[in-house]
Ligand binder design. Structure first.
Ligand SMILES: [Fe+2]
Length: 269
């Protein structure tokens, strides 16, 4: 994950795979994964989009232990040629974009502690793997994330935070229309039981039809439930966006200017 969407400091240490690509987790860490995934799966019907649920079933995540990245990569490769790459909790924008452009999704390998079971600002392996990897089996979503990485590599550094907004309102916190109502596909929603209900069912947040320039003009906070979500019609919309000039959209968003925040400012710590 890229820095802008992350807190400045982390108290976690990423786990390093051994020479066979295996990452050792403790029994307690495996048990935290078990408790997270078995809490979240029953929440999905009626809230996650059906393609996402099907994709999660394809991923066939273990319930009793933290999954191994090499197994995740094997499944992704079979579908779309993607893989996952272990990274420290925080990586620079350029590393992030480079990985995505090469169809590698960066994954922080630590798992949250029991004390932060319900909420942590940093993306841990539950967020990264459970939240992010299922839609990467869809060729349309996969093409969009690759195009996003390529746009990031071509972008001026001053545009990196603009690009982060596009990622935020699609890959992280995207909603999608379905014949049965609004559903989620964004990883930040899919890995949070509270925000999954809030994003799809609450009357509090605003849900706007997705438009890339509009999303690029929208500020966000990482530490609260979102006040605005953007709703795509289907993954086809992301596939079409992958072929558009994302940097041109940034220029247009700058020309039109940022929207005022719809949330209160963050209180000083
Ligand atoms: Fe994420």
């Amino acid at each position: 994950m890229l820095n802008e969407a992350k807190p400045k400091k982390t108290s976690y240490i990423a786990k390093i795979p051994n020479k066979n690509g295996h990452i050792q987790y403790t029994d307690e860490e495996d048990s935290i994964w078990h408790d997270l995934i078995t809490r979240q799966i029953p929440m999905l019907p009626g809230r996650a989009c059906p393609q996402w649920i099907n994709a999660m079933n394809e991923m066939n995540f273990p319930k009793d232990r933290v999954p191994q990245l090499k197994d995740i990569s094997k499944t992704l490769k079979e579908h779309t040629g993607w893989s996952v790459a272990p990274v420290p909790a925080l990586i620079p924008y350029t590393d992030f974009f480079k990985l995505l452009a090469n169809r590698q999704f960066p994954v922080a390998t630590f798992i949250r502690s029991r004390e932060q079971f319900d909420y942590l600002e940093e993306p841990d392996i539950f967020h990264e793997v459970f939240g992010h990897t299922p839609p990467l089996t869809d060729h349309r979503f996969a093409a969009f994330v690759e195009a996003y990485g390529k746009a990031g590599l071509a972008a001026d550094p001053k545009d990196h935070s603009m690009l982060a907004r596009l990622f935020w309102f699609t890959v992280e916190f995207g909603l999608v229309n379905s014949s049965e109502g609004i559903r989620s596909y964004g990883s930040g929603i899919m890995s949070s039981p509270g925000e999954l209900v809030y994003a799809t069912e609450s009357d509090v947040p605003e849900r706007r039809p997705f438009d890339p320039v509009t999303a690029l003009r929208t500020p966000y906070r990482i530490d609260i439930y979102q006040t605005v979500y953007y709703v795509i019609e289907s993954f086809d919309q992301l596939f079409d966006l992958a072929k558009e000039d994302l940097l041109g959209h940034i220029r247009e968003a700058r020309r039109q200017g940022m929207f005022a925040p719809t949330f209160p400012p963050k209180e000083a710590a």
